[in-house]
Write a protein that binds this ligand. Structure first.
Ligand SMILES: Nc1ncnc2c1ncn2[C@@H]1O[C@H](COP(=O)(O)OP(=O)(O)OP(=O)(O)O)[C@@H](O)[C@H]1O
Length: 254
């Protein structure tokens, strides 16, 4: 088996007396969607922030592409191909779809704004941006204002921006949040195909989506991973059923 692209090794983090991460170990392997689930306050966001560099762990390390990145900034991790998506605020709503991707591609090159040469005339940048839009199926929308897109399309646009970074892994924070049933279905189809390009660590509350998409699931409860396994393993795990799904809900998951 090839080496996992991402390895989280014994990560711990306390906020005062509250232990938000307790010796968390997990990995992300090529080609997979690894879902991270857990009740509200379990520590999912805290863990993702430590992986992406927003928070420094008290102990443990994060290894990405074989490199210890524990002390690296978020930007340095992004340059290595760690793509965090679905922070919708990173899109400029008044810009067109194409402009948003071009700006993303410019950032990926480590470029600064070149006022003396309009970036929208840079053929190489435009080609990279159009290629990314085609990959997410938004090529017909390049002239639309981003504010005109549906929520689901904006998430696809976020992925297009991330694709210009040549991501080696995606970290996705609740991509289904706020989408209707149809939008969720469409995005699920999209994510299903995306895992072949780069594996996805997926934090998601929509259990139907998780059970339909995930190759593996890790269950986080009170800062601790209580189980990691396939959908079948997790459905059958008695610890998960009582601790996370709750006695009364457990029947519905079987
Ligand atoms: N900066 C902080 N300072 C103090 N406590 C924090 C901080 N960030 C998170 N916490 C606490 O750490 C625990 C884990 O929170 P976290 O947001 O990581 O959980 P979560 O699983 O992402 O929850 P949700 O599903 O509701 O988003 C919670 O008890 C939260 O109140």
């Amino acid at each position: 088996m090839t080496e996992p692209i991402l390895k989280v090794e014994g990560i711990s983090k306390a906020f005062g007396a509250l232990q938000a991460s307790k010796g968390i170990t997990l990995d992300l392997r090529q080609g997979e969607i690894h879902a991270l689930i857990g009740p509200n306050g379990a520590g999912k966001s805290t863990l993702i922030q430590q992986i992406t560099g927003g928070l420094a762990p008290d102990a443990g390390r994060v290894v990405f592409g074989g490199q210890d990145v524990t002390t690296y900034s978020t930007a340095a991790r992004a340059r290595l191909g760690m793509a965090r998506t679905f922070q919708i605020s990173s899109l400029a709503m008044e810009y067109t779809v194409l402009q948003n991707v071009v700006l993303g591609a410019l950032g990926a090159r480590g470029g600064v704004f070149r006022f003396f040469r309009p970036v929208m005339k840079d053929k190489a940048l435009l080609a990279v941006a159009r290629d990314a839009l085609a990959q997410v199926g938004l090529e017909e929308f390049e002239r639309f204002r981003t504010s005109e897109l549906s929520h689901g399309q904006r998430r696809q646009l976020e992925v297009a921006v991330a694709l210009t970074l040549k991501p080696r892994a995606f970290l996705m924070d609740e991509p289904m949040a706020g989408l209707g049933a149809e939008g969720t279905q469409r995005l699920m189809g999209f994510l299903d195909g995306l895992r072949a390009q780069a594996p996805i660590l997926l934090v998601e509350h929509d259990m139907d989506a998780v059970f339909a998409l995930a190759d593996r699931i890790s269950v986080l409860v009170y800062g601790e991973i209580i189980a990691t396994g396939t959908v079948e393993d997790i459905r059958a795990n008695p610890l998960v059923r009582s601790a996370y799904l709750g006695e009364e809900d457990a029947e519905g998951v079987a």
